[in-house]
Design a binder for this molecule. Sequence first.
Ligand SMILES: C[S@@+](CC[C@H](N)C(=O)[O-])C[C@H]1O[C@@H](n2cnc3c(N)ncnc32)[C@H](O)[C@@H]1O
Length: 371
Amino acid sequence: MTANGPENDRDRPATEGMGGSGFYDDHSQVQRGTVVGQAGRLRNAVRRLDLTTDELRVIDYGCGPGRNSMAAFHTVFAEVGNHRPDMPLVAVHNDQFGNDWNDLFANIRGPGGYLVDFPATRVEASVESFYDSVASGGAIDLGMSFMSVHWLNGAVHMPSPGTFFFCDLEEPARQELAARAAQDWTRFFAARAGELRSGGWLIVETLSSVPDADDPSGLLAAGRWNYRACYRVAETMADEGLIKRDLLDQYVFPVYFRNEQEARAPLEAGGDLADAFEVVEVANELYPTPHEETFEQDGDAAAYASAYVGYVRAYSESTLRAGLFEPSADSASEADVLTDTFYDRLEQLHRDEPGRHPSETQSMTLVLKRC
Ligand SMILES: C[S@@+](CC[C@H](N)C(=O)[O-])C[C@H]1O[C@@H](n2cnc3c(N)ncnc32)[C@H](O)[C@@H]1O
């Protein structure tokens, strides 16, 4: 095994998708808040687009089951309507095969879907990793992506004793992962450079990091306390022989929350894509977390733990199951038991220590214009 893990690491997606059958939609208020927070930037981008074209193609990269992206499409199409009510609209939804596409199409057609107000919209799905090209060259007018590009291009295995979170890795693993994340970031934007037409706009929001001298890692990395709490639970399961210790010692949750300097690097002078994009804005924002806010008001530790773990499970289950629980189990039903055990214990931990492992939603948004 190399520092980058088995050769097939990158063949296995970082996530098979979010919790399906409505589970992600019902447990993703945090993500919904960050999407809604982009409305001003989306309207601004639309106002600066060339709206004299034959049609307007808007894509959501890493759309997930879709309820959250309905608001974004609605905002964009309403703003287009303010300037060019007769503009033919095309909505493109990009995600991987494992996404719950049934949930997505139900959301598009449902009462919160954009078809209610924009029934003539042509709906397209693009089922492909956004680390490759997912649309025809120069076809996209406006690209957007929310809470998705921090997922790395494939699973990660590297020495990681005592943690599975990127910023707590020891050297040289931390630097090696940073280098791999930099390659992924450049690859994502290189693919977008091919798809956006000249003058097109791209708004990408991800979880991120800002400096924090008080944290041992030197960073306020989004979700740091959450990942540390998750690791504590995984460690108890390894201590009891429920999951394989050697697996846990090489397992890294496949996300990377970049800081502003890392995010800007390929896009600015000297970077591989400096000629492709103009960087219009980079914004760092710390979003309020609804679980902690509610707990502060009502003091209900059981409700807090249940809501918080629902949120964590909705985005992490397929990844932890594929990376830790299935390889530790002899059968699918045993993997089910391990999965439930993990989230039950996590909920117990949050019930016992409510508010002590908050899910800080440190977010970064890049607004780019295709040159
Ligand atoms: C946390 S969800 C965010 C979903 C939605 N954008 C939202 O804001 O609620 C992350 C999404 O990114 C998708 N994703 C992760 N890696 C991807 C890749 N390489 N290509 C396409 N989609 C990817 C996942 O399948 C998942 O649907």
